[in-house]
Design a protein around this ligand. Structure first.
Ligand code: IMP
Ligand code: MG
Length: 182
């Protein structure tokens, strides 16, 4: 077992400890407390965006004490026509969300491109309300301004891995979050 205080290597890159397991749990408990208050009488539907959000979703859910449901969805981007550009498709959302208060669960918002496409796609399905909960936000990288109701922590514009976040598919299993060393 590597010690959590040590640097780690994934493929060709080195990373240093950035957020410990405990720090992540404190952030999640704070967000969960707000959601418990805001959605006490709403039975929200959480849409967890795979792959990155699986750890956040599991830990957030352990701290929710309100009636709620979750669906795991995936986003696929395929090349459209020249006029449409790349088209984002939502995979795995079979249910009717028109009577639901929906909260999107994201691991991290970077440029905001993903959510800037997903939010209108979901909006067309007429949810009662639609909000975003992201564990992390890189404000300096954000190119698509949007309303982010729940932001666990704002972080610098450096690449990170761990706790669901990957570098070339690896590192998602790390219980803490690590920042790239350059
Ligand atoms: P956006 O569309 O630019 O906001 O990017 C969002 C997605 O890019 C996130 O859901 C992550 O999967 C991925 N991503 C952004 N920044 C990082 C990072 O620092 N490490 C790992 N994945 C990241
Ligand atoms: Mg992601």
């Amino acid at each position: 077992m590597p010690s959590m205080n040590n640097n780690i290597s994934i493929l060709d890159k080195d990373f240093k400890p950035y957020l410990s397991k405990e720090e992540i749990q404190v952030i999640i408990r704070q967000v969960a407390a707000r959601i418990n208050r805001d959605y006490a009488d709403k039975t929200p539907l959480f849409l967890s965006i795979l792959n990155g959000s699986f750890m956040l979703t599991a830990d957030l859910f352990k701290n929710l004490d309100i009636p709620c449901t979750v669906s795991f969805v995936k986003l696929a981007s395929y090349r459209g026509t020249r006029s449409t550009g790349n088209v984002l498709t939502l995979i795995g959302l079979d249910e009717d969300i028109s009577e639901r208060h929906v909260v999107i669960l994201e691991d991290i918002v970077d440029t905001g491109k993903t959510l800037s496409e997903l939010i209108p796609t979901l909006g067309k399905r007429n949810p009662l309300s639609l909000e975003v909960c992201t564990l992390l936000l890189k404000p300096e990288a954000l190119k698509h301004p949007m309303k982010l109701k729940y932001v666990g922590k704002k972080i610098p514009n450096d690449f990170i891995v761990g706790y669901g976040l990957d570098y070339d598919g690896q590192g998602r299993n790390l219980p803490a979050i690590y920042q790239i060393v350059d």
